[in-house]
Design a protein around this ligand. Sequence first.
Ligand code: UDP
Ligand code: MG
Length: 234
Amino acid sequence: MSVAAAELGTTATTSATSSPAFDPKEVTVIFVLGGPGAGKGTQCARLVQHHGFVHLSAGDLLRAEQQREGSQFGAMIKEYITEGKIVPMEVTIKLLENAMRAAMSSEAGEAKEAGANGGVKGIPARRFLIDGFPRQMDQAVKFDETVCPSSLVLFLVCPEPILLERLLERGKTSGRDDDNAESIKKRFQTFVNTSMPVVDYYRKQAKVVDIDSSKSIEEVYADIEKGIAPVLRA
Ligand code: UDP
Ligand code: MG
């Protein structure tokens, strides 16, 4: 892909006929899904500490793009996030793909400096945790097809009243446009109507590991460790 084409939004992601941008042999992708407030970010941070994953939060990437000076998408992203709607997938997928590429090339550079085999071919498979994505069917299909199919989906399950309580608590300090009662209600609706079909889609592919995330952070993390063990051994 040319440099210009790699710029966010200048072209469609990639044509449907091309193969994925990353070889699943070189890259391991775990999706971390669950309702708003389920603990995706918290648990991903632990996985990074213990297993050296690269953690990419779709929501964080979108918020960073929203704030990036000169972004043509800033206003649009803010509106979608406040309304609890899903930003058009081209934007989110391109942000994720760019971030994955950046992580891969910094890894390759480090390997070279360390005197390893050098170049991307010589480094071990890079592990990515993709948090809060995909949450709409079109994103799931497009990402699998054009970026990289996932190895596993961690699904954090938690009852809505607990999610609400957590989000309202977080809203006191998060400064997020969507941690208020009105946006939270819309996010729950989007989760049930739009994101649950994605979980069902991956369940049919036997990729989903359900985790009860209503428990304490430590207990949830222990269950996640058990859940991802097969992928880490692979
Ligand atoms: N979002 C989106 N596409 C994505 C992921 C997130 O449009 O693939 C938007 C959506 O409006 C969502 C918001 O970003 O409600 C916040 O997502 P985040 O994952 O940060 O929230 P969480 O679910 O972790 O509370
Ligand atoms: Mg999050």
